[in-house]
Structure formats: C-alpha cells, structure tokens
Design a protein around this ligand. Structure first.
Ligand SMILES: N=CN[C@@H](CCC(=O)O)C(=O)O
Ligand SMILES: [Zn+2]
Length: 432
C-alpha cells in the first residue's frame, strides 16, 4: 500500500486490540477472549484513524511503498487502546482535603453532606470561581488524565446547581473539547444535589422548566455539545420520582441517560434506568437482584467506581454477579473532590483486587465497555480499522503490567497517542 500515513507503530511485543469484529461491548465470555497479537504493528492514517493492524512482517510488506510522518519502534513494548474513563467530576474550585481527614476520623459521606459540606462545599467555591480559573484547573486535570493513559473521558457539570453556574461549567467543558487533545463526553448534572433554599421537587421543577430548555437551545445553536443527563438518585437527594421526571425530560431533548444510582441506599435506580432506556448507571453498590436482571436485558452499562467504594469504605459493587448475569460492566475513576484519583490503571487494579475482576475483564471494562457507556464504542475502546487512532505504548513486554504495577503507570506509559499524534512522551529522569 503506497501513500502518506501519519504513524507506524512497528513490531510491538504485544498489541492489545481488545476486540476485532466491531463489537459494541463485551460481556463476560467475550472478555475472556480479549484479542492480543504478538509481534504486531499498527498504521494510523492522516485522518487520525486506524488503517491497518497485523503481524509486523505482514504490515511491513503491505506498506513497503508507503511513507509515514512518524515511525515508533515498539520492540519489547506493548500497545493498548487509549483508556476510557466513564465517570468524572473534573470541573470545580476548592479541594476537600479537610473532609478526607474528617472521613478518616469516622464521619460518613452523608454526615458531611447533610452538615452542608461535601458537594455543597464545592458548589459554594465553584459558583464564586471565574470561568478562566475553572478552565485552567480543568485543563491541568485533563493533562494529568492523559498522562495516565485516558484518551476519552466523561466530564460532568453539577457543582453549579443554579443555571448560571451549570452553564459556566458546561462552557468550560466545551472550551476544553475544542482546544485540548482529550476526547470528551459532556454531561449535564444539574441534579447533583438539592440547592440550598429549595426542596427536591422545586429543584426538579427548575431543572425541567428552566435549565433543560436553555440547554436545548445552546446545543441546537452549537454553543455547547452536551451528550448526557445525570441525576444523583439517592435518599435525601433526588428520590425515584424526581429522578424519573428529570431523566425523561433530558431524554426528550436528545440527551443520553447516564446517572448515579443505588450508591448508598437501595433506590431501585437500576430498575428505573432499564425502564427509561438509560445508556449507563454508575455506582450500584446497593443494586437489587431485580435491578441486575433488568440492566442485563436492557443493555444498560454498569459503570463501577472502585475508588469511591475504597475511599468511603462502602461495600463493593457486585461485579462478579453482574458479569455472570450478562450486565455490560464498565469502569470510571469518579475523579472529584471526594475521590481524588485520575488514574484508570489504578482503578483497574482496585477493580481486580477489591471487586474480584480479572485483568482482562478490567481492561475491557476500561476500554470498549466504558466507550459503550458513553455511546462512543463505534469509534473508541479498541484498536480496529476505521476507529480513532488513540493508543498508549507501555514499556513492558506484557500488557498486564499496566494493572499489576499499582501506581506504576507514570513510569510504564511511554507514549500517549491521540488521532495518531504523539501528545505525551515520557522522557524519564534527566540524564538516565
Ligand atoms: N455520589 C455523587 N457524586 C459523586 C461525589 C461528588 C462529590 O462528593 O463531590 C460521586 O460520584 O462519587
Ligand atoms: Zn459521580
């Protein structure tokens, strides 16, 4: 094959494709057969998409007449798809390190929330922050995520609660979508908490009558691109009825339903999500057996968040039961001021140790299935012809090291590539 191409990744020890037949997601059985090639190469075209994958000698022969803007020798290294983080809250001002100390001393997440801290604390600071300040900190966080291998990330609003600040957050997400290399799925989460001075029904009415019509207008005229609608469906926050009303209204303006459910109390959120055709539901530590069955048959992805269960010492979500019963299991970092973790390699490690997933299951959950949870698995989540050329190269001869070396991703990840362009190269310590 002649012609000009953007990138050749030559002769990797292992090339982890994840899947090969255009699967939109992998269920438990498919996760066991994760597609991995030995001594393999990848070609990315000038449009940023994958043009060829295969054994190195075959690719060399096929492309002997071609020219490449860049060639990377991957001998002894592994190539994996860019990681997908299916759940983050990355736009905010004011950290909550003081609350971490309170939780270590025994306070629960809800104790702090009901005393006016938690999300309320972050809302107060985010409302006061300028758009520029929010963008700068958000940018820094996205760059840190990229360095840990995340190339597609879901980003929520939800620390504004009033229309003005929610829109400020969504504009910040939009600016990043336009200016930075990260691929972003944007989520309106105005129902993240009940704002001070309103009850849940009043907040629900405000969202449906004022927030969503404005979002629809801004989405239509292209000022912002919001993809998903989210609600924190929880005892003392938004009950099932308010959640249903908000999600239905969001779906009515064309947003995918992707919400927080069954985290601290059993709420029947999973049953509701399945009924409403939700693309995904996150947390699910308290899901019912009926909820698991309903999500499996509705093909509604379960976005499990191992950092939250770990930091809040919650019971672990039942990953094994969900996998066994045919639920599409995905992973997210839940990066937020409560769970300060950017790293999907660490999330996969926690999923393996605490939720008893295998490394293959964790990788599928952090790639193709996380992309499915965002409705993006036709272009992301695996290395297949026609998909976006988002990849990471690790300096190890076995891909499992990305999960095994807890916290070792900083040294292991040598390149992060988005649309065939190297956007991060780890140069190591000076002089070594
Ligand atoms: N549970 C609700 N929302 C977040 C926490 C947000 C916060 O505490 O600021 C979560 O997914 O864990
Ligand atoms: Zn969350």
């Amino acid at each position: 094959m002649a012609g000009e191409h953007r990138l050749l990744l030559d002769n990797a020890q292992q090339l982890v494709l994840v899947c090969t037949k255009g699967e939109k997601y992998l269920l438990q059985a498919g996760m066991q057969d994760l597609a991995v090639l030995d001594n393999a190469s990848v070609v990315i075209g000038t449009d940023g998409c994958v043009k060829a994958v295969g054994h190195a000698d075959v690719i060399r022969q096929q492309f002997s007449e071609a020219s490449f803007e860049k060639i990377i020798d991957c001998s002894g290294k592994c190539i994996l798809p860019g990681l997908v983080d299916a759940h983050t809250h990355p736009v905010w001002a004011g950290d909550r390190v003081h609350e971490f100390a309170m939780k270590l001393a025994g306070a629960s997440y809800m104790d702090i929330h009901q005393a006016g801290g938690g999300i309320h604390f972050t809302v107060e600071h985010t409302q006061k922050a300028s758009e520029e300040e929010l963008f700068n900190t958000f940018k820094h966080r996205l760059l840190r995520m990229l360095r840990t291998g995340t190339t597609l990330v879901e980003c929520k609003s939800g620390y504004g609660l009033n229309l003005e600040t929610e829109l400020k957050m969504l504009r910040v997400i939009e600016q990043a979508r336009r200016l930075l290399d990260s691929n972003i799925s944007s989520t309106y989460c105005g129902a993240h908490s009940v704002p001070k001075g309103k009850n849940a029904t009043e907040a629900t009415d405000d969202i449906i009558s004022n927030h969503l019509p404005k979002l629809k207008e801004l989405n239509l005229n292209g000022e912002i691109h919001v993809n998903n609608i989210d609600v924190f469906c929880e005892k003392g926050v938004f009950d099932l009825n308010c959640t249903r009303r908000i999600l239905q209204a969001g779906k009515g303006i064309g947003l995918q339903i992707n919400f927080h459910g069954d985290e601290l109390h059993p709420m029947k959120s999973a049953e509701l999500g399945a009924e409403l055709g939700a693309q995904a539901i996150s947390h699910l530590e308290e899901i019912s057996d009926e909820g698991i069955a309903a999500m499996a048959s509705a093909k509604c992805a379960a976005v499990l968040l191992p950092t939250t269960a770990y930091m809040l010492r919650l019971k672990q979500p039942q990953a094994r039961k969900m996998l066994k019963e045919g639920v599409i299991v995905a992973l997210g970092s839940d990066f937020n001021p409560n769970a300060y973790c950017y790293s999907m390699p660490m999330v996969m490690h926690l999923a393996c140790v605490n939720m008893k997933m295998s490394m293959k299951e964790a990788l599928a959950a952090a790639t193709i299935n996380a992309a499915y949870a965002l409705g993006r698995s036709h272009m992301h989540g695996s290395i297949e012809n026609g998909k976006q050329g988002d990849l990471i190269i690790i300096n190890s001869s076995r891909w499992e090291h990305l999960i095994y070396q807890f916290g070792g991703h900083q040294e292991l990840i040598e390149y992060v590539i988005v649309k065939g362009k190297v956007i991060y190269k780890n140069e190591g310590i000076m002089g070594y």
